[in-house]
Design a binder for this molecule. Sequence first.
Ligand code: SF4
Length: 304
Amino acid sequence: MNGCARRVWLNQRRDPANAPPIYLCDECHFCRWNDQCHTTAEAEKNITLLNGMSRRAWESLTAAGITTVDQLLSHTVESLCQFNGIGMATARQMHTSARAIQNGDAILLAPVPDELRRPHLMLDIETSLDFGNEGQPWSFGWSDVQGNLQAMIVAKYFEGDHLLLPDGRRVQIVEHYTDAWRMLAEYAAAHDLKIYHWSGFDASVMKQTAAPDVVEVLSPRMKDLLHIFKQTVMLPVRGRSIKKVAAYLGYAYPPESDYRQAWNDYQLWMLENDDEALARAMAYQLADVEAMLIARDWLIKRNA
Ligand code: SF4
């Protein structure tokens, strides 16, 4: 953590009303004041909530006395470009984000691509956090052509091709992640499906870890749903991680779950055959897929 002046102030139990201004950043996720700062920022309609707001832009705007969404909206997009760290694209993004927050509702920017209405597959993967094996997939969650959630994990020494978790979930087992990519490629090709994923991460990992002939099949099919989301809608919240978007749309992830916990649970299953731990990991994995399905449905409905 770097030294957030506000955090130091609050930790010293000084008067919150006079605390240094809020700049929300990655550091906030690990800060005990996170909820309080978010609540305050939302109540103030603070510019730190805007998508596209870099620290440099925030410092420049704050120094000029522009700290709220209403104040920012009193400036034109063009005039925002005079501030440090703000070009035309950023100014447009911040202006739209400010209008969404001011209205308390999403703003549609463009029609949803027609291909999103055709049958497709949603994919999310989890990758190893082991030193030396970073980026190697250990889990694949996807929705099949009927929209059913499917889970597959890598386990080299497992006897059999699947297991049933205590919650009844079937998990397919493959010996190596290249097998998983091949199976996905065969499924997508057999049903002529696009494969949607959130951000460029999954496609980038695929290119690095699938066999060359599989990369050839998968590459033209993989589509970044986050990119489509950014082009078609602005939500009245900061951030576009699938968790943020899902939370805005009312979807709740399993409590206390994240990619680190899922990795730890997978390790626990590998070492101690703890099926409950694997069930937790799969619940997180499939929540990502379900959240993408919900985001897609919402996009289509808003565009109807
Ligand atoms: S939540 Fe963020 S802005 Fe608030 S005190 Fe912590 S680090 Fe600073």
